[in-house]
Ligand binder design. Structure first.
Ligand code: SF4
Length: 310
């Protein structure tokens, strides 16, 4: 266990990525922003947006006092806009319950809006160097491969999750939780990748139980996990998840806040091959965005006036 942790750390000293939220000294607020942004969004896109967001809302108090519409606007380009609202709520709760000081422990963090088990662990370890596991898909994949010789496909049961949690906890090097978790993130994204892990370049091949399954001829591995298809519709012959269309509607409202449109106009803007048969589907997307607190709808004759929530 200790050997695994030390090898990962050793690899990290040589190959670590220089990311804007990995500051010295650590800025816990910056870590929180990055963690919310990184849920479902790729690192290069988050890097682009991170500085701008921090410039607009430099402290947790600034964020808590900002309007929803300003935050939704600043979130442009990151997708999954509901995260912006959850982050806003998180900031307000930290200001109300903790006087603007971000709590350090998972058990306190998890009671706040937008925080699941992974984000609680990640803030505790990245921002406060607490020895608390932060288990995302990358970490799960690395541990399942290295210790159990397989990729994790089906969701785990509670017992397996607990076993994995205990395993990760045992491997966190003393006082090095922040570096170790950063190392795992980089290791999972640069080397032990979901598709085509770079096993021949890995320093753990001798002890990794997955390595013998590595198919050198095809330069690939067995058991690649298939992702479950999200709800969506066909656009130009391809399945596109509804969340992409939701994102397009919010982007449209960001640029046309308060203007009125017919459903057909909106449909044509968000879907390349829109047909009038899809009116109800567009209406459902718009209503769901209002239900989620992202936009506000007013009906005006045969048109809809759309606004970002304030
Ligand atoms: S040998 Fe391959 S599967 Fe094992 S930890 Fe390294 S990259 Fe991952």
């Amino acid at each position: 266990m200790i050997q695994f942790g030390n090898m990962i750390l050793q690899w990290y000293t040589k190959y670590k990525r220089d990311l804007p939220w990995r500051t010295k000294p650590i800025n816990p607020y910056g870590v929180v922003i990055s963690e919310f942004m990184l849920q479902q969004t790729q690192v290069p896109r988050v890097i682009e947006k991170f500085h701008e967001f921090m410039r607009l809302f430099p402290t947790i108090t600034d964020l808590a006092h900002a309007s929803k519409s300003d935050i939704i606007r600043a979130w442009s380009g990151l997708g999954y806009n509901r995260r912006a609202l959850l982050l806003h709520k998180f900031a307000q709760e930290v200001c109300e319950k903790y006087d603007g000081i971000i709590p350090q422990l998972s058990k306190e963090l998890i009671a706040l809006s937008g925080i699941g088990p992974y984000t609680a662990g990640s803030i505790a370890s990245f921002a406060f160097n607490k020895s608390e596991p932060a288990i995302d898909v990358n970490v799960r994949r690395i541990y399942m491969r290295y210790f159990h010789g397989r990729d994790q496909g089906a969701p785990m049961g509670k017992k397996q999750e607990k076993e994995l949690y205990d395993l990760v906890k045992k491997t966190i090097p003393n006082q090095k939780s922040c570096d170790f978790h950063n190392a795992l993130m980089d290791f999972g994204s640069l080397l032990c990748r979901r598709k085509k892990p770079l096993c021949p370049q890995c320093p753990l091949t001798k002890s990794c139980t997955f390595y013998p399954l590595y198919d050198k001829k095809k330069d690939n591995v067995l058991h690649i996990v298939k992702k479950k298809q999200e709800k969506g519709v066909i656009e130009n012959g391809k399945h596109v998840p509804n969340r992409i269309f939701r994102g397009r509607i919010v982007e449209f409202v960001r640029n046309n806040d308060g203007k009125a449109f017919t459903i057909t106009t909106l449909g044509k803007v968000i879907k390349k091959d829109y047909s009038v048969k899809e009116r109800l589907w567009v209406m459902m997307l718009v209503q769901n965005l209002e239900r989620d607190g992202l936009i506000h709808i007013t009906k005006k004759d045969a048109k809809l006036q759309l606004r970002l929530q304030n």
